[in-house]
Design a protein. Sequence first.
Length: 669
Amino acid sequence: MTEYTAPAGGALTAFLPASITDDTKGAAPEFRVWLWGGLALAIALLLGALLGWLHQQAQRQAISDVGNLSRILEARLSNTFHDIPYDVQNVPLEKVREVLRDVDVGAHGVITLRRTDVAQNLLRMPPAPLGTPAPSAADPIGRMLTENAKEGTLITFSPVDGVKRLYSFRRIDELPLALVIGLAAEDYLLGWKYTVIASSIVCGGLYLLVVSLTLRLQANRLRRQQILDELRDSAFHDEMTGLPNRRYLLERVNQAINEGDGVSRLSLFYIDVDNFKTINDSLGHVAGDTALTRLAQRLLALRPTVDTVARLSGDEFLVLVNDDDFSRIAQIIKDVLYVMQQPLELAGYTLSVSASVGIAAYPAHGHDFGSLLKAADTAMAQAKRNGRNTWVLYEAAMGARELRFLHVQSELRLAFEQRELQVHYQPQIDLGTGAVIGAEALLRWNHPGQGPIAPGEFIPVAESSGLIIPISRWLLHQVCHQAVAWQAAGLGELSVAMNCSAVQFRQGNLVQDVRRALYESGLKPHLLELELTESILIEHSERVLDTVRGLKALGVRMSIDDFGTGYSSMAYLKRFAVDKLKIDQSFVRGMLSNAQDAAIVQAVITLGHSFDMKVIAEGVEDFSVLDALRVRGCDEAQGYYYAKALEAHAFETFLQERIEFAFTTERWV
């Protein structure tokens, strides 16, 4: 997979403010901002200089016109245009007339020029208003104006005084001529400098504006890129653990396959944490998320021996190994199982965890990511069925088993909806009296097209698909109502036992289901016996403990099924206070030929009695085994020696026969 890598910023980064360089590190080169800004400034300065030069030329012409006017005004009242000095004789008369028209400033002016006799082309000047200050001797404008013949004073005041009166005039055509001349002269002297400065300021502002806008656009672009990078990262990584996700691994696997030679081996590990739901149910989802994060870090610590570690979903991880050395792959498998089974310290508890691992290899088990993932998933499911905390390498036969699994799941759902499932009852006998004291309810499925399907095949499917919860709820109601029906038929108070799945404890509401079944059927609680597996009790979760306590509070009896085959522990016998132990049939059948099986049977009987529990043996098929159990003190038995599991009406017939005939043969002992 190609990772995004931004280009370096370059040496010009040093000239940027820290706040900018920090935000734009790794983005497009910043010198482009300054380059375009510098070009904008240079162009603006050139434009300013050009404007200044043009303004100067315009002012130069205006001053020239005013100078000519001043020279005209130097003529005395008696002079005419043809008597003025030579240097102004060449001024066009129309130009003089134009100037004279423009500077007729009215009553507020110091000088009033009027053309009284156009034919004689005379210039006449009226007396200056009273109070008109005299111009300074150094005033160039004052020297350019003539004296008034009658008053003997100059008919103007200096531009310095005129500036003070500037704001007393409402229009430009009201300005005194001397003030106009003075301001024009000042503008001529300073026009170029002011124009350049003003244009430079404007252009400098334009430059800063360009730079600011460019930086803003650049920052926006970088932010957009950052958002895109974040979106890309979230699209390819798991938010909680930070690991790559399935999409990332898909590209990584396909890239490795495309770049490979078709011979090199890739191994895909499908890792599923065993019984992880127990952590979520007992300690909460926050603790569960913490556990997954720590497990992810453990897998990451295996690098570089593994190529990629990814999180698929929930408690499932994927590990990609790009290696064709079988010895190294075998060591990686051991390492994965080892790190996954190390204790976890969570919320004050030390938890034991493990993982089931399915492995698929390229090109043997698939030629793309999808086929490899499917094969590894199938192998992982087989590892679960093999007892968990182990690994399985995919085999082609597993694919057929997986298809069979899916087929059974689909058919089982249909069978439950169409009421094809049946309940059979196997008698339980008191070895002391020979009386039938109860029955174990066993689920049977007689498929209309395929015939009987073994419980060992469809029960695991029901548990993995979640169908076990509605099926068990239905079974519970059937059993309770059947026991009440036998009582009504005069067959006595018989206890009925049924198996409970671990799924019911983890996901269902078993206490509520049992309470409702007892209430609706009217069965006495002590006549209902629920069989638990050791795997349920060994979890030690508060949910399981609360469920057992709730069932005991209802008055329901509890037994442990297949005792001795799982995690046998006296600690949970004391903690959960069960009523009965059931010896697994594998020990019962071998007790006469195998001393170890006989010792286990004796140990279970002794242990049960020491905890004041009843002990029942299942799988009794002949009288010799029955007699050996009775000698060792076993309390109850069930098996083919007495009867196989029977339908409800057949079981009723069996009970009636037991009542009618005395126990005269060893078969009925």
